[in-house]
Design a protein around this ligand. Sequence first.
Ligand code: COA
Length: 381
Amino acid sequence: MNKTNRGGLEGIVAGQTRLSTVGIDGVGLNYLGYSIEDLTAYSSFEEVAYLLLYGSLPTAQELAGFLERLWAGRKIPARLRIVLEQLPASTHPMDVLRTACSALGSLEPERSFADQSRAAERLLACMPSLLVYWYHFQNSGDRIDPEVEVENDSNVDTRSIAGHFLQMLHGKTPNEMHRRALDVALILYAEHEFNASTFTARIVASTLSDFHSAITAGIGALRGPLHGGANEAAMELIEKFSSPDEAETQLLAMLSRKEKIMGFGHRVYKDCDPRSDIIQRWAKQLCDASGENTLYAVSERIEMVMRREKKMFPNLDFYSASAFHCLGIPTAMFTPLFVLSRISGWAAHIFEQRADNRLIRPSADYIGPESRKWLPMDQRC
Ligand code: COA
């Protein structure tokens, strides 16, 4: 490996995609030609998921059909409920989703590649139910029924994935600001070109393996703090500090110890993460509304110090942390929320890989020992 190649496939074009452009000329994010600014201003997460899965924004009729299928797909198979109940309370919710995805692939397998859209829609619809079912069962022994449609006399769409998730989690209808904030976060998390988990899913798909195996592998890759796990790690950092001044002092100490600050930096974006501005505006609005002024002030100070000391900018995960916190979402569910959204992007990439497949199998420079003579055990020293 030479000096300019620092590993991690940095700067390597590993394939083609029509699904998104990330940071062309260092800036911007588009899904199939639509900017995330437009999508988060005018579309719902379900419209965006449809766009990714089927290649165009839905007509009213297409969206209605898609929403119906998603709503019907929220049901948890009885045998999967048993699997969820057997998992220890100490299980990280990412491991719950990984296990649940794999189990669903065995209970309702993809019958053939022609069945891939059904498998994708089912997973997209069902994963929020699985996550919240496990959460309540482990915390209070309650067996929630995701199929129950609760009375809702407000105009909040509790059939949307964001609305239904918050409804199931809190046992009450969310307000529209909370529902839409989560909806926007789901749009921002939906797709991001050849990031580590998507590339993982594509590698699995390239072996002609099944849909659930590819998604399960993607969940495993997303879990790490250098990738999706950063939003949880960012929250754990932010809530350590009781004031912006304390945050600055501690942050400087962390930087002097060369520690990484989670929620900052990016492999592809060079000047800013375009998703960050959007989620930051929502985080501010949510913090203002819930009186979490210290949380937001601490976050802003961390951002300021990182810009000043390291010329680094926040990525999507940094302000998502305070937004999710204000929505009353437990920190351990932050990365799982990323999964609930990214299933759409992963699925779209699996479809794309399969449509023009060639096994992904790169090579490595060998850096191990020269040829050696094999010796019987009694002659080895
Ligand atoms: N805090 C402090 N320093 C950081 C940093 C961070 N968040 N991210 C990168 N750096 C520093 C590294 O320490 C390294 O410094 P060095 O050259 O003096 O050793 C340099 O910047 C390059 O870092 P590296 O990890 O090699 O860059 P990368 O392209 O592989 O990094 C990330 C991309 C995202 C993995 C990296 O920025 C990171 O770990 N960020 C925190 C995790 C995170 O937020 N992940 C979510 C991404 S959306």
